[in-house]
Design a protein around this ligand. Structure first.
Ligand code: SIN
Length: 313
């Protein structure tokens, strides 16, 4: 039997699949549904310090090959997700989960980090530096000096296992620069990629932008994102200290897509648009399909092929 077991740092997971933050992880009921699915772990909706309603609707639309969204970080506030995580870890000590935070300023990120540091949370923390959808708030991950400053201030006091969620990069010099910054810090993981920020799709019937916020601009996910996600995971796998593991996110619609992200170097695989469209049953199909690809290739474990991408010489 093929084994989909994987790990990040000391944390063990019995399946490589999990949700991408933002998808079906907003309420405790949704989080419970993820916990009961075939996913190996789950991440909470990226939290701000206090509850946010997010952008006006319509703010998500499915597309032929994926989705566009400009949710604007609607969430119940850090306390809600931290409470959930603390209850969860008591009930399921064997199942570590991820708590995601996305402060709208460095000060907010640091304040949330202090709250988490001083709590009993013993899972992994994702600092989301890449939400493209809050009007007037550029993504920290595209500002290298700011990223360096945020991480320097954060790791001045933060000792819990943590990682960052990054936007997609498109130039090799950007991978070099960002990896040089990330390698200075005790990160356990890098999650790559968030949505392809600020795309635009038009309804052909009405000549109108498909979503309302930001004049129709929104993050693009789903199959459109696959080659960019693969390249980002691969580029960081080649540049990061091996102690910093990769979570591959973007473009997973079948088991082969997940296999490809793992070949590129991912230790966990997040599912966004597909999960939104199909629900948690998607994890059952993806698990079956990934197992089938591994069997065809003669692999029994994720570690047999993780990072083993071949290139033409
Ligand atoms: C959102 O809430 O707008 C999406 C979050 C993200 O892309 O990080």
């Amino acid at each position: 039997m093929t084994d989909l077991h994987t790990s990040i740092d000391k944390f063990q997971f019995n399946n490589v699949f999990m949700n991408a933050s933002g998808v079906r992880c907003y309420t405790k009921d949704e989080l419970d549904e993820l916990a009961q699915s075939d996913a190996g772990t789950l991440v909470t909706k990226s939290a701000t310090q206090t509850k946010r309603l997010g952008n006006p609707s319509p703010r998500y639309a499915p597309l032929e090959l994926g989705s566009i969204n400009s949710m604007g970080l609607p969430n119940e506030g850090l306390e809600y997700y931290l409470d959930y995580a603390l209850d969860f870890q008591k009930a399921h000590p064997e199942k570590p989960i991820f708590l995601s935070v996305a402060g709208l300023s460095m000060e907010e990120n640091l304040a949330m980090a202090h709250t988490i540091e001083n709590s009993d949370f013993n899972g992994l923390v994702e600092f989301n530096l890449s939400c493209p959808n809050v009007p007037g708030k550029p993504q920290t991950g595209y500002d290298f000096d700011r990223t360096q400053e945020v991480l320097t201030n954060l790791f001045d006091f933060f000792t819990k296992p943590a990682g960052v969620k990054l936007p997609p990069y498109f130039d090799l010099a950007q991978f070099d620069q960002m990896a040089t910054i990330l390698n200075q810090f005790p990160l356990k993981f890098v999650n790559s990629i968030n949505s392809l920020g600020n795309g635009l799709m038009i309804d052909p019937e009405t000549d109108t932008a498909l979503i309302k916020p930001k004049g129709g601009f929104g993050g693009i996910g789903g199959a459109y994102a696959k080659p960019i996600a693969l390249a980002n995971v691969r580029a960081f796998a080649q540049r990061l200290d091996p102690k910093i593991q990769l979570i591959g996110t973007g473009g997973v619609t079948n088991g082969r897509d997940a296999y490809d992200l793992i070949l590129a170097g991912a230790s966990l695989v997040q599912v966004g648009t597909l999960l939104q469209e199909e629900g948690t049953v998607a994890f059952t199909r993806l698990t079956r399909e990934l197992r089938a690809v591994m069997q065809t290739k003669g692999y029994n474990a994720i570690s047999d092929f993780r990072g083993q991408l071949k290139v033409l010489s």
